[in-house]
Design a protein around this ligand. Sequence first.
Ligand code: Z5A
Length: 216
Amino acid sequence: MPVTLPKRGRLITLEGGEGAGKSTLLRGLETHLRGQGVDLVVTREPGGTAVGEAVRGVVLDAANNELCAESELLLMFASRAQLVRQVIEPSLSAGRWVLCDRFTDASYAYQGGGRGQPVERIAELERWAALGFRPDVTLLLDLPVSTGRARAAGRGEADRIEVEGDAFFERVRGTYRERASADPARFRVIDASAAPDEVLAQAIASMAGLFTTVAS
Ligand code: Z5A
């Protein structure tokens, strides 16, 4: 069935804890959205630009265990500042849609909830470095920490953040859920413990409203 696409593109982000199934869902959504005629840019954080990918290498390298929480937060926003200016803003202005694996909510969840960095400092960085960009829709893949960690365990060596304990990931999950409750117009909470096909179906159903939006 033909759909109406808005003139300005839409920013859709995927969030969730470790092993939540974001990469799996991203592949399914990409196929679905392209099938709907959406001109789509798929990207990720940290990363998505040459500078951002270099930053990703630094923040995830388990050998960098001396990296302090403040540097970690600033590096996430250094990557984001590049992505917003080089990829997100130009794409949306050109009417392209952007599907991004993680965005600023991850900084609130991991650096705020997980590491205890002050929320007001993250909010200031969001306004300044990320130009206040907020996604049109954020799909939060929610599942128990133990389930996600069990899925991720089979993947080989843990990165610098994955070595954290369950208490860290419980705080991350709690922060995501609080943010979703506080902004139900933007967040769609998906039961990520369901089978992959069902997770994709939930995500597609939750985004139906985006297509019927009249050009703006
Ligand atoms: N980070 C941060 O701290 N602050 C920030 O601002 C940003 C990021 C932007 C890298 O993120 C790290 O950066 C991340 C947060 C931090 N650290 N941690 N931990 P990432 O998104 O690139 O990496 P990740 O969080 O480690 O994602 P992941 O573990 O790769 O998970 P995923 O992409 O959500 O899952 P997946 O690869 O699709 O699936 C994992 C496994 O489960 C795989 O074997 C699948 O086949 C399986 N799977 C997937 N879906 C299902 C379902 N539905 N049922 C059963 N099995 C499934």
